[in-house]
Design a protein around this ligand. Structure first.
Ligand code: ADP
Length: 241
């Protein structure tokens, strides 16, 4: 897994919105096919790091190398307005290739086949003609994954995608991520659901302004008993995240 070139390389990156740094000297590399979970307390810089990787913010120090055209992004549910938009599931997924629903009239049959494939990948074929707003929170998140898959990404970045979703839908959602990872997709997941995903991920990145821990899941499980209480002030994974 670690041979070949990293397609995401973050080197000694620091960033602050004002005078104070919220990220300091952060370095990481992602290789093809890796599934990494990014954890850390609230305000530890997780979303800021994602925005830097996506190019939505510019780092003040350091370097980020990434093939942006191969990145799909799924944001927090709470941050979006599309759920009220009167579009069908199929149209929302289709907008993943053009970015705008109004441009769908220009799409050829090949694109629509891609839409059906993406819907099938996330298990939502039977919901294709429904309005997005009629779907549950968990189903909507799967629609956004299908939408992100339309750009044929190598890396899928998700920022706390299960906020506000019930336990059962969460399980299904993480099952889907596991399947996509098994099909070869690289995943960078920001989540507090560490217990739910720890057996699926390859690496754990624990951020607290700077990198607190970055290593394999096995290393993390071996060392977390000592590491996490320092960071979160408690002893088990379940009770902190
Ligand atoms: P996390 O995702 O881990 O909760 P964030 O990256 O959202 O952390 O935030 C890191 C720090 O940066 C926090 O102290 C937060 O208040 C601050 N911050 C985030 N966004 C902005 C912004 N747009 N302007 C100023 N400060 C911000």
């Amino acid at each position: 897994m670690m041979n070949g070139q990293a397609f995401l390389q973050v080197e000694n990156v620091s960033f602050g919105y004002g005078k104070q740094y919220v990220l300091k000297d952060v370095s990481l590399s992602m290789y093809s096919g890796e599934y990494t979970v990014l954890i850390g307390p609230n305000g530890s810089g997780k979303s800021t790091l994602i925005k830097l990787i996506l190019g939505l913010l510019q780092q003040q120090d350091g370097q980020i190398q990434i093939q942006r055209s191969r990145v799909g992004y799924v944001a927090q549910q709470a941050n979006r307005g599309l759920a009220d938009f009167p579009a069908t599931v199929r149209e929302v997924v289709a907008s993943g290739s053009y970015g705008q629903i109004g441009l769908l009239r220009w799409m050829g049959s090949k694109h629509w086949q891609g839409v059906e494939r993406a819907l099938d990948q996330v298990g939502l074929t039977e919901f294709a003609s429904r309005k997005l707003s009629q779907l549950s929170g968990g189903q909507q998140q799967r629609v956004y994954i299908a939408r992100a898959l339309m750009s044929n990404p190598q890396l899928l970045i998700l920022d706390e995608p299960t906020v506000g979703i019930d336990v059962q839908a969460k399980e299904q959602f993480y099952q889907l991520l596991k399947q996509l990872h098994q099909q070869g997709l690289s995943i960078l997941l920001v989540s507090h659901d560490l217990d739910e995903v720890i057996s699926d991920v390859d690496r754990v990145l624990c951020l607290n302004q700077s990198i607190y821990f970055y290593g394999s899941t096995q290393e993390f499980l071996r060392e977390q008993k000592e590491l996490l209480p320092n960071l979160f002030g408690v002893s088990t994974i379940r009770s902190i995240l």
